[in-house]
Write a protein that binds this ligand. Structure first.
Ligand SMILES: Cc1cc2nc3c(=O)[nH]c(=O)nc-3n(C[C@H](O)[C@H](O)[C@H](O)COP(=O)(O)OP(=O)(O)OC[C@H]3O[C@@H](n4cnc5c(N)ncnc54)[C@H](O)[C@@H]3O)c2cc1C
Ligand code: FES
Length: 344
């Protein structure tokens, strides 16, 4: 089947298979369609079907709340084509600047609990993947309807083993499957890499990373790449990691290693929202600082005292990301200097 996309910047046509969404078909062929979450929550991939038959996979997707289905509005990430289609997007087509995503098979291995509701796991891919630090993949498991996005924690070129992190959401279907039901080393479908909140050392910028809970995943990959590239020899870096209590924090050993390799130029601050920080430094990991308060407020107040020339990455629950962006803008940051992923 063929999909023609009409955008303000012109028209493009691409092939679409029977079992893939219109969004994924376009992205894997290098068509820079608008998207953010790729999993039905944000609404960024909305389009209007001008001609053709379609099949909407997840009618209750939160991202569809403001669509007008009677006018043919769809989420491209949740819609498959049943015939040749013409769809119109209300924006220009972005510039494709990253590796093309592709479908692969994966095997989940080595699940390791980090806290009561956080686990780290490996995903062994059927073919290596090149990705940029800060990107994510979408995983589909048999018996769990729909795909779930997870950000890479590690960074390597042509990677066959992705390291991923999941924070269990109460009642969440994929979390229940991975924590309680999964047996052996299950095979899953993987689509990626995706995401534009990426780190490129060649941009030559000071960086700040602000993570709420599982938002730390992509930030670990950014710090991993930055340390591998010795970025902190000549640039400043900061990570603000928001958790409820110190018992909810993890990756502390790895974070200490990144600070130790940073020539004194990387600050890591763990912001505790539900308890007071007993000491300014972590007792067992003295290279890590502690602070009390919501991570967006801690980051905003510390960043106000620093150099303004900084590229800031934000990831975590949507409410946390929105509050952080508001605080950064109020503190004088420009929106072009903020890259974010909303985990919802
Ligand atoms: C860009 C991005 C990166 C993310 N990275 C991480 C990460 O590194 N670590 C982490 O813990 N979380 C991450 N998340 C959140 C993660 O994708 C899941 O939303 C979270 O793990 C909860 O999944 P769940 O199945 O347990 O909860 P559920 O509430 O069952 O499902 C949550 C999400 O799954 C999808 N979904 C649910 N039902 C359906 C359906 N019937 N059909 C189609 N789709 C459906 C929707 O996107 C929904 O919001 C990320 C999210 C995004 C958007
Ligand atoms: S990209 Fe489709 S709803 Fe977010």
């Amino acid at each position: 089947m063929q999909i023609t996309v009409q955008a303000k910047s012109g028209e493009l046509t691409f092939d679409c298979g029977q079992h893939e969404s219109i969004l994924y078909a376009g992205l894997r062929q290098g068509v820079p369609l608008p998207f953010e979450c790729a999993t039905g929550t944000c609404g960024t991939c909305r389009a209007r079907v001008m001609a053709g038959d379609i099949d909407v996979q997840w009618k209750q997707a939160p991202g569809a709340a403001r669509l007008k289905p009677d006018k043919g509005d769809i989420l491209m990430c949740q819609t498959r084509a049943r015939s040749d289609c013409v769809v119109r997007v209300p924006s220009e087509l972005a510039i494709a600047d990253a590796a093309r995503p592709a479908a692969r098979r994966g095997i989940i291995r080595a699940i390791r609990r980090l806290t009561k509701d956080v686990a780290h796991f490996d995903l062994h891919l059927s073919a290596p993947m090149s990705f940029q630090a800060g990107q994510f993949v979408v995983i589909e498991a048999a018996g769990v309807a729909g795909g779930r996005a997870y950000s890479m924690v590690n960074f390597a070129a042509d990677c066959e083993r992705l390291e991923l992190l999941i924070k269990r959401k109460p009642g969440g279907r994929f979390g229940d499957w991975l924590f309680d039901e999964l047996q052996g080393e299950p095979a899953v479908q993987v689509f990626g890499p995706l995401g534009r909140a990426v780190f490129r050392p060649a941009e030559d910028r000071n960086i700040a990373c602000i993570a709420g809970g599982s938002g730390i995943a992509g930030m670990m990959a950014i710090l991993d790449h930055a340390v591998q590239a010795d970025h902190f020899r000549s640039h400043a870096g900061a990570l603000y990691f928001g958790v409820r209590t110190l018992a909810d924090a993890f990756y502390l050993e790895q974070l200490s290693r990144y600070v130790a390799a940073s020539h004194g130029n990387l600050d890591v601050v763990i912001a505790l929202s539900d308890e007071a920080a007993a000491t300014p430094l972590h007792a067992a990991f003295p290279l890590l600082k502690l602070a009390s308060g919501m991570v967006h407020a801690v980051a905003a107040s510390e960043m106000a005292a620093r150099d303004r020339d900084v590229l800031t990455y934000v990831a975590g629950p949507p409410v946390m990301v929105d509050s952080t962006i508001r605080s950064l803008i109020a503190g004088g940051a420009a929106i072009k200097d903020i890259r974010y992923d909303k985990f919802g």
